[in-house]
Design a protein around this ligand. Structure first.
Ligand SMILES: [Zn+2]
Length: 210
């Protein structure tokens, strides 16, 4: 069974400890140790985490897209997480109560989209590659997320167009598509709140590295 992390307010830490929760000093989070029934910790289950993705390293991935507005070619960026990244799986309602969510490790890389939250260090790394990668509001999704803007005219380049369309800039179908993409290796951990998809191998080996 996957490890269950808990969201314990500081003022309730002694209560959590007395019930058998343990403190993970590295991740700075309380959790239910193996062999202990998580049921008694229900009030601290994480139902809506601030982050749903994390990895010990990551890449800023750069591609090219044609701007829908001025039809010039513009650079676009996103984040690629290597195999071994972790995803927060939300707990399901079993008819009586919501089961605890948990982190699970993914075997294949992913490119994330609709990035709603990233820490400043991760945002800075992307902006080193593309200075106008900025948080903006999307009418399509009625939400704010980190978005690419055209290098020439500044128009928003929405993630649906880049990530979800069949010929999107971040959808390499052949090795030659992948060979046009550039991976910028980033030291340090990634964490964030974003959408992700299990795509299997992305021809990572064919991509350029900087
Ligand atoms: Zn443009």
């Amino acid at each position: 069974m996957p490890r269950v992390d808990l969201s314990v307010p500081f003022s309730e830490k002694d209560e959590a400890r007395s019930l058998g929760a343990r403190w993970d000093a590295r991740r700075k989070v309380w959790f239910v140790p193996d062999g202990v029934d998580p049921g008694r910790f229900g009030k601290w289950f994480i139902l809506e985490p601030e982050i749903n993705l994390r990895a010990s390293s990551y890449f800023v991935v750069e591609a090219a897209a044609m701007c829908w507005k001025c039809h010039e070619s513009t650079s676009v960026v996103s984040f690629m997480l290597p195999p071994g990244y972790e995803v927060f799986q939300f707990g399901e309602f079993d008819g009586e109560r919501t089961l605890p969510g948990f982190w699970s490790t993914m075997p294949d890389p992913t490119i994330v989209h609709y990035v709603e939250h990233i820490p400043p260090a991760v945002a800075d790394r992307a902006m080193q590659v593309k200075r106008n990668y900025q948080r903006n509001f999307s009418k399509t999704t009625s939400s704010a997320y980190w978005m690419n803007h055209c290098d020439h005219c500044g128009a928003k380049q929405g993630d649906f167009f880049l990530h979800c369309e069949v010929d999107g800039a971040f959808q390499p179908w052949e090795e030659e598509d992948a060979a046009r993409m550039v991976l910028h290796a980033c030291a340090g951990p990634f964490e964030g709140y974003a959408s992700w998809a299990m795509f299997g191998d992305f021809f990572m080996g064919s991509m350029q590295r900087r």
